[in-house]
Design a binder for this molecule. Structure first.
Ligand SMILES: O=c1[nH]c(NC[C@H](O)[C@H](O)[C@H](O)CO)c([N+](=O)[O-])c(=O)[nH]1
Length: 153
């Protein structure tokens, strides 16, 4: 049996991060978590680019552009879609999810999904924590692992 597994070593990786500004009190914490995880696993800050988009609906386009540029080993998508008064938050989260999934397959570049979809702001805050339970950190870890797995494959 041949085991294939991506190491959690980010040294030498170039990473693009797309983060939405909508609910930026939350998305800023997701970004902090992702940056902290990348650097703690050996990524250089010089090898990380952060692109800001207005909302989660706009994430897929920028994520796709970064991925297809060929400049990045992995891309990380960060956003927070919180059930507001408007029902259209479901469309936003559905489209963000489908768009990121399509972008990663179309470009053959790992794009990890760190877009929170929660009912309340409280839930979102709990998933953007400083220590454990930061969806941005989790998305960064999967980006590192996938970049290394595909490189090994
Ligand atoms: O990232 C978000 N965008 C949201 N809407 C904006 C959307 O992403 C687009 O930026 C907007 O529709 C303009 O295209 C949200 N809600 O409306 O609920 C939300 O919760 N989160």
């Amino acid at each position: 049996v041949t085991e294939l597994e991506g190491e959690l070593d980010a040294s030498g990786l170039t990473v693009g991060i797309v983060v939405s500004r909508f609910n930026d009190l939350i998305t800023g914490k997701l970004l902090d978590g992702a940056l902290d995880t990348l650097t703690r696993h050996g990524a250089s800050e010089d090898d990380i680019d952060v692109a800001r988009v207005p909302g989660s609906f706009e994430i897929p386009l920028m994520a796709k552009r970064m991925a297809e540029s060929g400049d990045y080993d992995a891309v990380i998508a960060l956003g927070a879609v919180i059930r507001g008064e408007t029902p259209h938050f479901e469309y936003v989260s559905n489209e963000a999810t489908k768009g990121v999934a399509k972008a990663t397959l179309d470009t053959d570049v790992p794009i990890s999904f760190g877009v929170l979809t929660t009912d309340t702001t409280e839930q979102a805050i709990n998933r953007a924590g400083v220590k454990q339970g930061n969806k941005g950190s989790e998305a960064a870890e999967s980006a590192i692992e996938m970049a290394n797995l595909l490189d090994e494959f």
